[in-house]
Design a protein around this ligand. Structure first.
Ligand code: RIB
Ligand code: CA
Length: 324
């Protein structure tokens, strides 16, 4: 592996944007494997979808292991309105030749991180697998270089007014991860709303003319259609690739340190990521001792605030074009 490339285990709930995150990662990081989790669709579907995307890209050598099939506490709330019943509706994808790894995804995650100290987890779905792995194997906290996760928001949700889907699906798991002490890079909706994919980008992808890019464009045709129907937005949001893009080019995303806590009990705010960035620089100590101001806690995450949209899409489209 060329020097300086990140070693990455992905944890996904494939879904349309997860698929693009996998295709981006496979070309630019040392992709150690993929674990799947219940989220956009039930676990059998997110697992099958992940295997199909790898088959399409000629990446069926990448191991895939199915993880947790439900959240820690809440009942699963899938997203068929956005991703379709299968979780990856739109074009027909090739039946995968590869079968999932026989190990449970959590065991696969634990063994992979232990075998590759200094690796990262890129989580683009609910954090159930990651939380269970951290609980079952606390030594992962010192073996992981970090967790790059798509989830949460500094500015409003999508599943509810306050909560983003991946966190809302399993808030208890998200709390375990944010409280773990593992270095976290969070790309939330406040950032991924900048990754709006519009007709010109779809046209650029379709114009490549390869089998993969033709399928990718058809996936986006479906994804953009549901975004218009459900949210009245002109296109879909490519949330998950943002959790990978900064690893490839750190100038694509500007991060800001802040403390992030997951609300678990609020009647209207369960699953909200409460992001404290009241202080622009330094630490929450600046807030101490002022009447009427709670000082807050030291940062536990770097949160993405600004995306270079044009260069993000240039990277993504060039990467998609690199597949045959
Ligand atoms: O809120 C967006 C996130 O939820 C993305 O990861 C999407 O794939 C869904 O999992
Ligand atoms: Ca996802």
């Amino acid at each position: 592996m060329p020097e300086g490339r990140y070693a990455v285990l992905m944890d996904v709930d494939t879904g349309h944007d997860d698929a693009f995150a996998v295709l981006l990662a496979a070309r630019h990081v040392d992709l150690l494997g993929i674990t799947t989790v219940s989220g956009n669709a039930p676990l059998p579907d997110t697992t099958a979808n992940t295997l199909k995307v790898l088959e399409l890209a000629g990446l069926s050598h990448v191991p895939v292991a199915a993880g947790m099939d439900r959240p820690l506490v809440a009942p699963p709330r899938h997203a068929p309105a956005i991703h379709g019943r299968s979780g990856l509706d739109g074009p027909e994808l090739p039946a995968p030749r590869a079968a999932p790894d026989p190990r449970h995804g959590v065991l696969f995650m634990i063994e992979t991180v232990r075998a590759h100290p200094g690796c990262w987890i890129v989580a683009t779905g609910p954090l159930t697998n990651v939380a269970v792995a951290l609980r079952q194997a606390p030594d992962l906290k010192t073996r992981l270089a970090g967790i790059s996760l798509m989830g949460g928001s500094t500015a409003g949700g999508n599943s509810t007014a306050a909560a983003e889907f991946n966190i809302y699906f399993d808030p208890e798991a998200a709390a375990v991860v944010f409280e773990s002490g593992v270095p976290i890079r969070m790309v939330g909706l406040n950032l991924t709303r900048q990754a709006l994919v519009l007709d010109p980008e779809v046209a650029r992808i379709r114009a490549v003319g390869s089998r993969l890019c033709t399928v990718a464009a058809e996936l986006l045709d479906f994804y953009n259609r549901t975004a218009r129907e459900v949210f009245g937005r002109p296109g879909g949001l490519l949330h998950d690739p943002c959790a990978v893009a900064w690893m490839i080019d750190p100038t694509l995303v500007e991060f800001q340190p802040m403390h992030v806590a997951v609300e678990l009990t609020g009647a209207r705010t369960r699953g909200m990521t409460v992001c404290d960035y009241r202080f622009e620089r330094g630490t929450p100590d600046r807030l101490r001792g002022h009447a009427g101001i709670e000082a807050g806690q030291a940062p536990n995450a770097e949160v993405g605030m600004r995306l270079d949209r044009d260069r993000f899409f240039d990277l993504l489209i060039a990467t998609l074009a690199s597949y045959r």
